[in-house]
Design a protein around this ligand. Structure first.
Ligand code: NI
Length: 160
């Protein structure tokens, strides 16, 4: 596999450890803290990452491999979040569920041959893209939510 693709997989693999480092030790008060009424708490961000891994990120990847240039549906995060199953929202459950789901995604990516990195899809917001580009977006999505958790922690420490 070419170096850039190995690097993409390695980067996705690091996210679980980063989430453990940032969130595993947090109190319930900090996990449920919102820096503003519209923002997600850290617990909600972790739940979003678990749900997204199963139902959006990996689902789109699997469709791109199995279907010829599928048309992917838009995903409304806020709407999804209001309807989601909250039964496993203890932080240790969220982190271990994320580890399982991320491992399943990595298992697929590690088996990719050159042609699977070049599969294509169409999405109304992103236009045409390849599986490789999708994995780059996936990493960016991880980073956006990791930064959100860091910002929540900074705001929690600085609250008056
Ligand atoms: Ni998101």
């Amino acid at each position: 596999m070419v170096a850039n693709r190995v690097q993409l997989i390695d980067t996705l693999e690091q996210t679980h450890q980063t989430l453990v480092r940032l969130a595993a030790h947090l109190s319930d008060a900090e996990l449920d803290f919102r820096p503003d009424p519209e923002a997600w708490s850290t617990r909600e961000i972790l739940a979003h990452l678990v749900d997204d891994e199963m139902f959006v990120m990996r689902t789109r990847l699997e469709r791109m491999v199995k279907e010829e240039n599928p048309v992917l549906a838009s995903h409304d995060e806020k709407k999804w979040y209001r309807q989601r199953n909250t039964a496993r929202d203890a932080v240790d459950e969220l982190l271990s569920d994320f580890a399982i789901q991320r491992a399943a995604s990595l298992g697929i990516l590690r088996l990719f041959r050159a042609e699977e990195w070049e599969r294509t899809a169409y999405h109304p917001e992103y236009n045409h893209f390849t599986t490789e580009r999708w994995v780059e977006d996936w990493i960016e999505h991880d980073h956006i939510h990791i930064r959100q958790i860091e910002n929540n922690s900074a705001a929690f420490s600085g609250r008056s």
